[in-house]
Design a protein around this ligand. Structure first.
Ligand SMILES: [Mg+2]
Length: 229
C-alpha cells in the first residue's frame, strides 16, 4: 500500500505491531497469577481506596476481608480501567520483563519494517493505551531483539484518548512534523478517524485475531511489508 510521502509513522501496538492474543493470553494471565505474590509486600493504599469507592458506589466488590487478591481479580474480570490495577499490573510486568520470564511479541514483519523506515529517515513513534513504561519493556525484549533503537517516542493515554482528534494534534506537535506528513497505523477504525480528523494519513491494520471493524474508508494492510513509504 503506497501512501503519500511521510516523514513520521505513528504505530498502535495491540492488533498492529503485536497480536491481541499476547495481551490477553500472556500479559493478563501473568499479572493474574503473580497478584498473589505481589500483594505480600506491596503498598495497597490506592487499591483499598478504590475498593471503598466501589463499596460506596454499590458495585458489590468482594469484601476486603476476603483479601486484596480477590478484589484485584474482580477488577481484572471486569476489565476495569482502574489506576490501582494498572499500577499493580505494570509493576508485575516490569518484574517479569526484567527477569526474562516475559518477552515482548511483535509480528515477524515489524522489525524489518522498522529497519527499512530507519534507512528512509522516518521518525517512528508509538501510541498505545498501555503505559509508556510497558510499551518500552515490550519493544526492548522482543524475540527479534531490542527494537527501542528504532523508536523515537512513546505516547499513552496521558496524552489523551485514542479516539480524540486532539490527542493526535498533540502528538504531531511532539513530532515537530506537520500532521499531514505523519502516517498512523492502527487496527481500530475509530482511532484512525480521530487521527484523520487531526490531518494524519491512516492505514487500517488487519491481523489474525483482530476485531472486525465497521465499514470505513481507510486503506487496509495485513502486514508492514505492504507499507511503502
Ligand atoms: Mg490496537
Amino acid at each position: 500500500m503506497s501512501v503519500m510521502p511521510v516523514r513520521g509513522i505513528l504505530l498502535d501496538i495491540e492488533g498492529t505491531t503485536t497480536p491481541i492474543a499476547f495481551v490477553y493470553d500472556v500479559l493478563f494471565p501473568f499479572a493474574r497469577r503473580r497478584a498473589v505474590e505481589y500483594v505480600k509486600d506491596a503498598d495497597l493504599t490506592e487499591l483499598k481506596r478504590e475498593h471503598e469507592q466501589d463499596v460506596v458506589a454499590g458495585t458489590n466488590p468482594p469484601p476486603w476481608s476476603a483479601g486484596p487478591v480477590q478484589y484485584i481479580h474482580w477488577l481484572m474480570d471486569k476489565d476495569r480501567k482502574s489506576t490501582a490495577l494498572k499500577n499493580i499490573q505494570g509493576k508485575i510486568w516490569l518484574e517479569g520483563y526484567e527477569s526474562g520470564e516475559l518477552r515482548g511479541e511483535v509480528f515477524p514483519d515489524v522489525a524489518p519494517a522498522l529497519e527499512r523506515w530507519r534507512q528512509s529517515h522516518i521518525d517512528v513513534r508509538i501510541f498505545s493505551s498501555g503505559s509508556v513504561l510497558a510499551q518500552r519493556l515490550l519493544f526492548s525484549t522482543t524475540t527479534a531483539g531490542d527494537l527501542t533503537k528504532y523508536i523515537k517516542g512513546y505516547f499513552d493515554t496521558t496524552t489523551g484518548p485514542k479516539g480524540d482528534p486532539s490527542s493526535y494534534r498533540t502528538i504531531a506537535d511532539a513530532f515537530h512534523i506537520p500532521a499531514g506528513d505523519i502516517l498512523f497505523i492502527s487496527d481500530v477504525s475509530r482511532e484512525l478517524d480521530a487521527a484523520r480528523s487531526a490531518g494524519m494519513q491512516t492505514l487500517l491494520c488487519v491481523r489474525p485475531g483482530n476485531h472486525p471493524q465497521p465499514a470505513n474508508t481507510h486503506d487496509t494492510i495485513t502486514s508492514f511489508d505492504n507499507v511503502v513509504v
